[in-house]
Structures are given as C-alpha cells and as structure tokens.
Ligand binder design. Structure first.
Ligand SMILES: [Ca+2]
Length: 216
C-alpha cells in the first residue's frame, strides 16, 4: 500500500472512531510487511526423486520405459526390444543386436525367480553371451554351419563348443550336453556357457522404475 493511499484511507475512515483507526493501522502493518525490506524471504530445500512409469513409453525410442531406461542404467548396448520375443533371443550370425521380450522386464525367470531389473539384467547378459560367442565362431570358421554350428574338428568332447571357447575341452561342462536332450540337444554347451554368469543382480540405486526396487 502506498503511503498516499494509506493517508487517504485515514482521512476517509477517521469518522469510524477508535475501532476504525485500529483497523487501518493493521492494514498498514500488513501492507508494509509485504512490500518493505522487512518482508522475509523464505527458502526451503527439498529433495525430489523422479521415477519413470515402468509400463509407459515416455521416452525417445517408443520402446517400453523399463527397456529404455534400464539399458542405459546398466550400460548395456546391442539390445533391441521385440514384443514378439518371449524372454530373449540371439539370432545366429554376426547380428548387431539381440532381442529382448516382455517377460525379461518382469519375470520371475524360471531358473532364478528374478523379477524386474534383475531379470532384465540376467536375460540381457545371457543373450549377449550368445551373440559374442556366435560372432567369435563365425570369425574363426566362417558362417558355414547354421545355427549352433558343430565344428567337430575342434570339439573332442562333443558338446558342440569348439575348443577355443570351451573351458573344459575334453569333457562336457557340468550337466553339459546331457542337460539338453531330445529336441534341445542342439543347444549343446552353448547354453551352458551363456548361463555361467547368471544370475545378475543390478545395483539397487539405478532402478528408478515405478514399481521397482527404489519405489517405497
Ligand atoms: Ca567342446
């Protein structure tokens, strides 16, 4: 309130007598406090946590948020989201990327009962191991042998892993080839090798999904 208008109000309202003057004085004090150097500047520091909706697609790629943000948080590359993939798949060949499906983002996975970012981490590294092995064998033998090639000249234990990738070249590894019989026998120890690094538990403080590890 300007002083001039304040005085004017006094002149007008003086006829109110004592009560009116008190009212005007209160108005002046309030106005003075709001517009003068006596007004206080109030500051508060508040910690804010930002979470992304796990099921949304609010990111530049249009892929599910969990796939987009967890790939970055875990510093994983050579991954593609594929809604048609169940868990994960590594195409045989020198493929740039492996495919990650919806189950990988949620779990629980059948071997470790992992969920969320841990399930994603485990599936992604499993498939990337396949990818790297496929690239290695193609670079050594050429793309000659189809899926899961069996370079018998370099596989004395017959587990389908060529010796240069086989940590136990003269014996099957663990359950080895025997673990994949019948229709799955073609997997040989390729699958055993991809499982060696599992499970993979992500750091708790990099999830930031809602819901997720850090959500209250
Ligand atoms: Ca072998």
């Amino acid at each position: 309130m300007k002083i001039t208008s304040f005085v004017k109000k006094i002149m007008i309202r003086r006829k109110w007598g004592f009560v009116g003057n008190v009212f005007i004085i209160i108005l002046f004090i309030v106005s003075f406090a709001q517009h003068s150097t006596f007004a206080r500047k109030i500051e508060r520091t508040v910690n804010v946590k930002y979470f992304f909706p796990k099921d949304g697609t609010q990111n530049p790629s249009g892929d599910p948020n969990w796939f987009y943000y967890w790939s970055q948080a875990l510093r994983l590359s050579n991954l593609s989201y594929n809604a048609g993939t169940n868990w994960g798949a590594a195409p045989f060949g020198k493929a740039d990327n492996v495919n990650i499906g919806n189950n990988a983002g949620y779990g629980p996975d059948p071997r470790h009962s992992l969920t969320g970012i841990d399930c994603f981490f485990t599936v992604a590294l499993h498939e990337l191991r396949h990818r790297n092995d496929f690239i290695a064998i193609i670079e050594r033998y050429g793309n000659c042998c189809g899926p899961y090639p069996d370079p018998s000249v370099d596989d004395p234990d017959g587990d389908l892993l060529p010796t240069f990738l086989d940590p136990h070249p003269n014996d099957v590894n663990g359950s080895g080839l025997s673990g994949y019989t019948g229709a799955d026998a073609w997997r040989g120890d390729w699958e055993w090798r991809a499982r060696q690094g599992e499970p993979n538990i992500a750091p708790t403080n990099i999830d930031w999904a809602h819901p997720g590890k850090q959500w209250p």
